[in-house]
Design a protein around this ligand. Sequence first.
Ligand SMILES: [Zn+2]
Length: 143
Amino acid sequence: MIVAVHALLGSTIARLCRTRVQAALAGAASHALADMLPHRDLDIPEEALLLAGALSLVVAARGVDSREFAGALGASLPDLENLIGRLAAIPDERLVLPTHRSHHGRRTTGFEGQLAMATLGVISLLIPGCDSEDTGQRGNALA
Ligand SMILES: [Zn+2]
């Protein structure tokens, strides 16, 4: 899964959490589930650029100390293993996370599913926040 899509999915799921810790953990859990879906990955420079854009969007919309940013980070960080694996030419079967090693989703040629998830993530950032530890961030919502 494109790591920026993981980040946006994590920020969306974070909307259901009450704390940043819950959001980070839920984001990490969402990473494993999303990696099991059929998907296509990109090259490292494209992944890095899109991740920077996604995280910047989350920060601009909700702030760096928001549940959404914690969820985005929690959902993105597991792919550090993929980055290290690619840079060090480590075979997938030697990676630690099960969805990177053996339970990885089928490879696809298109991006439709990931584009739909990313769109959902962006839309969720536009919806005002509810009661949580970061209610002070409401004023940072886009729109
Ligand atoms: Zn992954």
